[in-house]
Design a binder for this molecule. Structure first.
Ligand code: ADP
Ligand code: 5GP
Length: 207
């Protein structure tokens, strides 16, 4: 059995990562989503353990000291980190797993695991990004501005990703994301074992 594929998904805040990934996981429930541990306060509508573990700074620092995080980053004053064990376990069990992390985290994971496949979720324009981020209504105006400022630098680094998925029409973006996942599974380095498997009973054929 081949190992699972590690997918990295990044994109500026408001580009639609959660929306696209939510729909993708409904279509592909076999794919795991890594649950990050973070110190940002919980937003309205968020639930502990669903997308994030909400922990204190002290708890986060204890995870760092125990080397329990695969990578971490500080984003607008809060810690965000990927717990190492669930990722390693999923890959060893042959399951695909997605890390939804920022561009700095993506660089770190690529260094550690060059076989990771990375996808950048691109908004169709800065105007659309601004509209979506303010329209979401989960942050105050100053926080929205801070996130838009971060977005410019993040978009400028999209060229280091393997794929760009433009999230203009949501259905198209989800289909494109699903195509990346399915396409990666079909790659020869994941499927080589099938050659021997299909040929295993060749001796018993009277050809
Ligand atoms: P992110 O996870 O990247 O911060 P979200 O998934 O929370 O972004 O999306 C930000 C806002 O944009 C949400 O209100 C969401 O409903 C909306 N949104 C996401 N994708 C689209 C799309 N293709 N067209 C219009 N609005 C969208
Ligand atoms: P948000 O506060 O909007 O949920 O996330 C802010 C940013 O942090 C997003 O770019 C998101 O992808 C990123 N992020 C979420 N979890 C992690 C993580 O575990 N590690 C890193 N490096 N970034 C993360």
């Amino acid at each position: 059995m081949p190992k699972g594929t590690l997918f990295i998904v990044s994109g500026p805040s408001g580009s639609g990562k959660d929306t696209v990934l939510g729909r993708l996981l409904a279509l592909h429930p076999e794919v795991r989503l890594s649950i990050s541990s973070i110190t940002r306060p919980m937003r309205e509508g968020e639930r502990e353990g669903e997308k994030y573990h909400f922990i204190s700074r002290e708890e986060f620092e204890a995870l760092l000291a125990a080397d329990a995080l695969l990578e971490h980053n500080v984003y607008l004053g809060n810690y965000y980190g990927t717990p190492r064990r669930p990722v390693e376990e999923a890959l060893a069990a042959g399951r695909d797993i997605i890390l939804e992390i920022d561009v700095n985290g993506a660089d770190k994971v690529r260094d550690l695991m060059p076989e990771a496949v990375s996808v950048f979720i691109m908004p169709p324009s800065l105007a659309a990004l601004e509209q979506r981020l303010s329209g979401r209504g989960t942050e105050d105006a100053a926080t929205v501005r801070g996130r838009l400022k971060e977005a410019v630098g993040e978009i400028a680094r999209a060229a280091s990703y393997d794929y760009i998925v433009v999230n203009d029409d949501l259905d198209e973006a989800v289909a494109c994301m699903a195509a990346v996942i399915v396409g990666e599974r079909a790659k020869i380095h994941k499927q080589k074992y099938l050659i021997d498997e299909v040929l295993q009973d060749v001796e018993s054929r009277n050809w």
